[in-house]
Design a protein around this ligand. Structure first.
Ligand code: URA
Length: 434
């Protein structure tokens, strides 16, 4: 089967067989199909889409490209979580210890930041000493001992996704429904958990900008989960403005700790409770999401979620003193306030623009070999619906130097829209797909 013919078939709107999908993916991973042909194929998929059968076959072919993890040695129903990517999205840092403290084991493999969106592994690595690479045995032992572990996905797990993602990133083919669905679900299936909760983002900071697109993506992923016997629930959640206030690695860790202490921004707390309620329900710890949410609220407020986080940090070699004193996290040398250019009410904060401003400061990578600066980022002082007067602060920029602080300040100011009246509030949760 020649790659040329498969590209042509997809370009002309044909439906590929399971064998054809397997052949193109295996050929690409083996280096027999070059990047330029795979790029053309991805663009054909971007424009022509894939049927649900093709998307499922593509996902399974991705899983077969590498190893799958056997979590059989972990007691209980293992539940995993994945976000399609957002700005200020530090939910995993809160959720994993929270759900583990409730009695649901979590063996989590996470990724690094992509484009304007952040990644859990980069955030955790801002804690001095924190190790994100554990071998499988240590990973499983820690989940049995502590109740949770968070590690960086190994190169052996879905190598097809690693190669494809890098290519999609530079060929404008990231925001394609079948490509996102297969990328996310292949990693979750290979990760070995029994049940999966998906946080599908929609809005200006998400890869799926529209609610209809996010709903279709959520349905596709839940459908793939059902086909392979993994109980999967998806929440469609808002990413039109950043989640919480902090954007940037150490700043987000500090905010996650505040939230684990029972404080923290309300949108972040609420989202963690909603996602966590689905996780503990799928794990059989609660009989319903309502019961799960009540249980998690108690755990958050009585200090057990924070204690579990401290245990997790300790188990992975991190400095657990950051839990009581976030001044031990890396701090940027320059801090400036971004002022409102006029008076009114904050009508919008463009999440993608904030993500790109944080990236410009060094909180994310422009190319895959860039080094992250864990200390830098942005803290939003005002969010959508907040009143503000001319000259009052909109946000604080934490920067490596004055020049980059000024540049980020200009971008953050442009990301804010100030109007005479507050807009109709957007819900945090747009829907649940089971
Ligand atoms: N997150 C993923 O893991 N893959 C995608 O394609 C997009 C978001």
């Amino acid at each position: 089967m020649r790659a040329y013919e498969l590209i042509q078939k997809k370009r002309d709107g044909g439906e590929l067989t399971a064998g054809e999908i397997s052949a193109i993916l295996a050929g690409y991973v083996a280096g027999e199909i070059p990047d330029y042909q795979m790029s053309a194929f991805l663009m054909a998929v971007y424009f022509r889409g894939m049927s649900s059968r093709e998307t499922a076959d593509f996902t399974l072919a991705m899983v077969r490209s590498g190893e799958t993890l056997d979590l059989g040695a972990i007691r209980g129903t293992k539940v995993d979580k994945h976000s399609t990517g957002g700005v200020g999205d530090k939910t995993s840092l809160v959720l994993i210890p929270l759900v583990a403290a409730a009695g649901a084991p979590v063996a989590k493999m996470s990724g690094r930041g992509l484009g304007h969106t952040g990644g859990t592994i980069d955030k955790l690595e801002s804690i001095p000493g924190f190790r994100t690479q554990l071998d499988t045995r240590a990973f499983i032992d820690q989940v049995n001992r502590v109740g949770c572990a968070i590690v960086v996905a190994t190169n052996e797990l879905v190598p097809a996704d690693k190669k494809l993602y890098a290519l999609r990133d530079v060929t404008a083919t990231v925001d394609s429904l079948p490509l996102i669905a297969s990328s996310v679900m292949s990693k979750k299936i290979a990760g070995g958990s029994d049940a999966i909760v998906l946080d599908v983002k929609t809005g200006s900071g998400a890869f799926m900008k529209t609610l209809d697109g996010a709903r279709e993506l959520a349905q596709a992923m839940v459908g793939i989960g059902a086909q392979v016997g993994r109980r999967t629930t998806a929440l469609i959640t808002d990413m039109d403005q950043p989640l919480g206030r902090a954007v940037g690695n150490a700043l987000e860790v500090a905010e996650a700790i505040e939230t684990l202490r029972g404080d923290g921004p309300l949108d972040l707390r609420e989202l963690c409770l909603e996602l966590g309620a689905q996780m503990v329900t799928l794990a059989g710890v609660a009989r319903s999401a309502g019961e799960g949410k009540d249980l998690l609220m108690k755990i958050l407020d009585d200090g057990s979620a924070l204690a579990k986080f401290a245990q997790l940090v300790d188990a992975q070699g991190g400095d657990r003193r950051v839990v009581d004193d976030s001044r031990r996290l890396p701090a940027a040398p320059v801090r400036i306030a971004v002022e409102a250019p006029s008076s009114g009410v904050v009508a919008a904060v463009d999440a993608q623009a904030v993500g790109l401003a944080a990236m410009g400061l060094g909180a994310g990578r422009a190319t895959k070999d860039d080094r992250i600066d864990p200390a830098v980022g942005v803290v939003l002082v005002r969010k959508v619906g907040d009143p503000v007067r001319d000259g009052e602060p909109l946000a604080d920029v934490h920067a490596p130097d004055r020049a980059r602080a000024a540049e980020a300040g200009r971008r953050i100011q442009a990301a804010y829209r100030i109007a005479a009246r507050a807009p109709a509030p957007r819900p945090l949760i747009h829907g649940v797909i089971t």
